[in-house]
Design a protein around this ligand. Structure first.
Ligand SMILES: [Zn+2]
Ligand SMILES: [Zn+2]
Length: 123
C-alpha cells in the first residue's frame, strides 16, 4: 500500500522528550530526598523543583508554538492553524495547535499536511 514511510518533523517528540526529562528530574528529587519532610523541604534539590517546573512549563509553551519545517519543501509551517484531522477528516473550525486533540474525534493528529506543497508528514 504505502510506497515509503512518511517523513517525520519530530513535533510530538519534543513533548515526549520534555515529559521524560521532567519525570527523571522528579524521580531524582524524590529518591535523593531525606526521610524527614522538614529536611527534605530544606534540601537544594527540593528548592530546585519550583524553578525547574516553571522552566519545563515555559519550554512546553515554547515547543507548542515553535514552528515546524516541512520535510519535503523545507517551508516553515506554523503549529497553530485550522488543521484537518487525519483521523476523521474534519477541519477544526478555528486555529488550534497541532498538539491539541481533534474537536470531533478527540484524537491527537499523528500526521499533518504542508500548506505549501500539500505533502503529508508525521508529526
Ligand atoms: Zn511542503
Ligand atoms: Zn478528528
Amino acid at each position: 500500500m504505502e510506497e515509503k514511510p512518511l517523513q517525520s518533523v519530530f513535533f510530538h517528540f519534543r513533548f515526549k522528550f520534555l515529559a521524560i526529562t521532567t519525570i527523571a528530574f522528579l524521580m531524582y528529587v524524590i529518591l535523593s530526598g531525606a526521610g524527614e519532610f522538614d529536611e527534605f523541604a530544606k534540601s537544594p534539590e527540593f528548592k530546585m523543583l519550583g524553578p525547574f517546573l516553571l522552566f519545563a512549563m515555559a519550554l512546553f509553551f515554547t515547543f507548542r508554538k515553535f514552528p515546524i519545517k516541512c520535510p519535503h519543501c523545507h517551508k516553515i509551517l506554523p503549529t497553530k492553524k485550522n488543521w484537518r484531522c487525519p483521523e476523521c477528516g474534519q477541519e477544526q473550525g478555528k486555529d488550534r495547535y497541532l498538539i491539541d486533540k481533534c474537536r470531533h474525534c478527540k484524537q491527537v493528529p499523528a500526521t499533518s499536511f504542508c500548506d505549501d506543497c500539500k505533502e503529508e508528514f508525521r508529526l
